[in-house]
Ligand binder design. Sequence first.
Ligand code: SF4
Length: 373
Amino acid sequence: MKSYKAPRSIEIGGNGGVKPLRIGGSAPVSIQTMWKSPLTGGDLESIARTLGGLEQLGCDIVRFAVPDMESADALVGLSKISSMPLVADIHFDHRLALRCLDGRVAKIRINPGNIGSEDKVRQVTEKARDTNAAIRIGVNSGSLPRDIQERLEAAVPESAEARLHSRASALVETAIREMEAFDRFSFDRVIVSMKASTVAETIEANRLFALRYDAPLHLGVTEAGPLVGGIVKSTLAFSALLADNIGSTVRVSLSDTMENEVIAAREILSECGKRPGGVRIVSCPRCGRNGFDVHSFVDRWQRRLMSMDRDITVAVMGCVVNGPGEGKHADIGITGAGDSVIIFRHGETVRTVRGALDPETVDRAFAEELDKL
Ligand code: SF4
């Protein structure tokens, strides 16, 4: 068994009304997503409400692209009205990082390698230190430094395994180079991500890094893909790494909604034993025996159930053939039964809604029984 370094603990947030959050150490693995539209100075209150909804789903951190001063100003404004720890994602222009650090932005994602001069790196580092912000170095396989990329292309690996190792090593070498730029200023509030677009490379790079360094790792598979493919790739990569206790914070990158990124991350962490508690939904796939539409019920209820601050299991089954039996362990369950719907607790029927399968009636009955839990 290889011996990986335990991640050091870094606390972010805690300024003004921003929720404090620990990354690394013995803290639970945190969940991130990224805002999917340009950030302008528009309706920041509405964005703050959306962030509140994401928080209820289990999201701990939200990152925003900051390509210009308008979005930096907007992020500063948002950081003053939202309790969510926010991250500014910046490339090239250190002045954007300095501006974001005027607010309560908890973390900056920026690579010293593309900021420019050492003095610019120093300015960002000093201001991050003064404002208790952390910095994430984000290394992607698609944007390695030219010398490392050229060396990689010139090499002729003897096997697929050797090729995988050299590509993963290139990610680690790039991350170390970036970390050293911060080491020069004794700044260690650094989180590192190394994202490759394949699962194997992502796992290998993070393992190689964790053998030698204790910077907390942000896990992600870059350009993971649409909903199903993206979740499959992220699940494979994260579960292998989390089993080795590698990974302090995760983002499931999907060509899909922020809500689904958060729910997917939450499910992965829960199944890996890294995020206890919360609402677990078990539901049947539905088949020709179904007496009620499991799919639409789950669609209507998933977000509401997962936003509840409860530690319960909810079963949604299509028919009585397997419904109450398979849902015996559930704190509450619902199943179709011919032209009726049965609501049960730990397999015992507590309510039967006869001949009324319209969604409103079913939802009302289920909500009333849920309230009694
Ligand atoms: S619970 Fe009933 S409807 Fe659902 S998959 Fe099983 S047999 Fe089919």
